[in-house]
Design a binder for this molecule. Structure first.
Ligand SMILES: [Zn+2]
Length: 358
């Protein structure tokens, strides 16, 4: 039997590959290759060498992509990209000739991370992959997304690893309409999203709760522009934690969009780098309860490269259980919030206090 390395509980897998720069939507496009460098730099600088485990990504196979996407859409996307159309006819996604291979490597990188976690090589992993994925629905790429990286990973966990219940937490400033569409009638994938609303892509109202057997397995927490950690954390404490306690996920995926950070050019929420550490702590507490601590986090948005780097740094440090690296200590939430729910006797707020810089 394989023996876990000494630091397995805190080591974080990082999916690193310079080919994630190869998708170039255009010189002035906000989803630019420099985002990979910012996110990768933030992740690498977050960890001492002994806690960083590099994961080499594999390209997803067509069969992997078809776990979520309609074969006709996969053919269309491949055809349009390789024909040099410059954008997908299904939505606002600019492409270049390298986009198709990069999109396969993005989805495959997340599968590589999931496999590393399932084999207990690491407990958690972060994937600074691009293009992002959460706006891509089974039949349609849009919103800078070609294939839905997180959705493919969720189905991979179910079909290849034999897990049943997967939780997807999406804190991107935009609603993850593609992820919602992929699992709206599936009671075994719980999709939780905080996002600015109304905002692109227009979906994500609180009344959107899933359909058929999946009714209740979609939880949307729309927030007005200008909302910050008080509102986002309240949604995590009062909506996500109780739902997760009922759902009992066996694995947690994070659609980690950092465009919900204050000052992002594409969003109007006001999270800070250390807020992402606190949200990560809540996710880790949920995973510790029923998922063996298994968390794979996947880059979605985040369009201010300097802020993206600092936010990813704090997110990855939190994944490793390390304290905040920057910023003043954060005020703990009110006692009434802490009473909302706890997992294993530790709330996200509890982890937050443990992580504060002395
Ligand atoms: Zn976004």
């Amino acid at each position: 039997m394989k023996t876990e390395p000494e630091n397995a509980a805190s080591a974080v897998g990082l999916v690193l590959d310079g080919r994630y720069r190869n998708h170039q939507p255009g010189r002035w496009h906000p989803e630019r290759p420099a985002r990979y460098d910012a996110a990768a730099n933030g992740a690498v600088s977050a960890l001492p060498a002994e806690l960083a485990v590099t994961i080499a990504p594999r390209p997803a196979a067509i069969e992997d992509i078809r776990l979520v996407h309609d074969p006709a859409y996969v053919d269309l996307a491949r055809g349009e990209i390789l024909a040099g159309c410059g954008s997908l006819s299904t939505g606002d996604t600019e492409t270049c000739e390298q986009t198709y291979d990069t999109a396969l490597l993005a989805a495959g990188g997340v599968l590589s991370a999931v496999d590393a976690v399932m084999s207990a090589r690491v407990r958690t992993a972060f994937c600074p992959v691009r293009p992002p994925g959460h706006h891509a629905s089974p039949a349609r790429g849009m919103g800078f997304c070609v294939f839905n990286n997180v959705a493919v990973a969720a189905r991979h966990l179910q079909r290849r690893h034999g897990l049943r219940r997967v939780l997807i937490v999406d804190w991107d400033v935009h609603h993850g309409n593609g992820t919602q569409d992929s699992f709206c009638d599936d009671p075994d994938v719980l999709f939780f999203s905080t996002h600015q609303w109304p905002h692109y892509p227009g979906t994500g109202a609180a009344r959107e709760q899933g359909t058929g057997a999946g009714k209740g397995a979609t939880i949307n927490c729309p927030l007005p522009g200008g909302a910050g950690m008080a509102e986002v954390e309240s949604a995590f404490l009062h909506a996500l934690i109780p739902a997760a306690k009922r759902f009992k996920p066996e694995f947690v995926l994070v659609s980690a969009g950092f465009d919900s950070m204050a000052g992002d050019p594409l969003g109007g929420l006001r999270l800070t780098a250390r807020d992402f550490a606190a949200l990560t702590g809540i996710v880790l507490d949920i995973a510790a309860e029923t998922a063996g601590g298994r968390v794979v986090s996947v880059l979605e948005g985040g369009y201010n490269p300097g802020d993206l780097e600092s936010a990813v740094r704090e997110h990855v440090r939190a994944l490793a259980g390390l304290p905040f690296q920057s910023g003043p200590p954060r005020k703990p939430p009110a006692a009434s919030s802490r009473a909302a729910g706890s997992l294993n006797g530790t709330t996200g707020a509890g982890r937050l206090r443990r992580n504060q810089t002395p």
